[in-house]
Design a protein. Structure first.
Length: 78
């Protein structure tokens, strides 16, 4: 278990310019970024025990974050 936040800058080093360009030109991509940030914050709060959640819920949060990260990665490759 990691307590280090998985920021987009950490996950996609060197891609921030492209991320910003897509965010401003593609509403779907902008929504993905927003959803990723929400999911990432929820995972971090669960991992650091700021929010008390079951291990199953924490696992579901991680899966959601991973799915969103995969969608963002696909959009960056397109």
């Amino acid at each position: 278990m990691s307590n280090t936040p998985h920021t987009l800058q950490d996950e996609f080093p060197g891609e921030m310019e492209k991320i910003h360009a897509l965010k401003t030109s593609d509403a779907h991509f902008a929504r993905l970024l927003q959803e990723y940030d929400v999911a990432n914050d929820a995972v971090h709060r669960a991992e650091t025990r700021v929010d008390a959640v079951s291990s199953e819920h924490e696992s579901d949060l991680r899966k959601t974050r991973s799915r969103l990260k995969d969608e963002i990665a696909r959009a960056l490759r397109a």
